[in-house]
Write a protein of this length. Structure first.
Length: 228
């Protein structure tokens, strides 16, 4: 082999890798470059804007995709017919063969502030059920109080329940002067300008409330008796 032939083979081996690398460097990328270099689509072209846009639905939030909740559920809640006030809640225990059983006892006053008032009690294993039972019992034992046009009692009245003794008297221009459970009973009955006094030393709010309701129930009986 001559020296010219060896030189040509050497030039070919050295120049071939360099030419291949240059061709690769100058060639355009057809893979990731085309997919990434394309124009970006906007939110509406993707289809997400049509699905999530709240503008087409009345009452919906922009971008939430949910219709407005105000029109479907209605407006404000209806006010209950009777107002109520918890005056006593305690945990009671019942002893059985297997051990102790705990429950809750609730005493409640209910009224419409227009002359109707009642006291009820309820017992259950949880407070929510006990309150519901007490409300039903108060409605069952509700009385109608005989009041004047100014929502005042016509005369003095007095009643006793167990060891609690209550006296209720009209007091024009003085508002409501009462305490303990008597105030709750008079307030829910809608009585104005009245003064009440607990004569006995009892602190039991349930008995005091029952005595107050019993006293208010005597108003009509005493008035009819005086007329006769």
């Amino acid at each position: 082999m001559t020296e010219d032939t060896i030189q040509k083979n050497t030039d070919t081996k050295i120049s071939t890798p360099g030419a291949t690398a240059g061709e690769k460097a100058s060639a355009p990328r057809t893979g990731a470059g085309v997919s990434r270099g394309g124009p970006r689509r906007s939110g509406g072209e993707r289809g997400g804007g049509d699905r999530r846009g709240g503008g087409s639905r009345p009452g919906g939030r922009p971008g939430s995709g949910r219709p407005g909740k105000g029109g479907s559920r209605g407006g404000e809640r209806a006010r209950p017919e009777f107002d109520n006030k918890l005056i006593q809640i305690r945990r009671v225990t019942r002893v059985v063969a297997g051990g102790r059983r705990f429950a809750f006892s609730v005493a409640m006053v209910a009224g419409n502030r227009k002359g109707s008032v009642g006291v009820g009690i309820g017992k259950a294993a949880d407070t929510a059920t006990a309150i519901e039972k007490a409300m039903k019992n108060a409605k069952k034992n509700m009385i109608k109080v005989r009041l004047s046009n100014e929502m005042m009692i016509p005369h003095q009245v007095e009643a006793k329940s167990s060891s609690a003794r209550v006296m209720i008297m009209p007091a024009p221009g003085r508002g409501m002067v009462a305490g303990s459970a008597v105030r709750n009973v008079l307030d829910l009955a809608g009585v104005r300008n009245v003064r009440a006094k607990i004569i006995s030393g009892s602190k039991n709010k349930l008995n005091i409330a029952r005595a107050a309701v019993k006293a208010l129930g005597l108003l009509r009986a005493k008035r009819l008796k005086e007329v006769v």
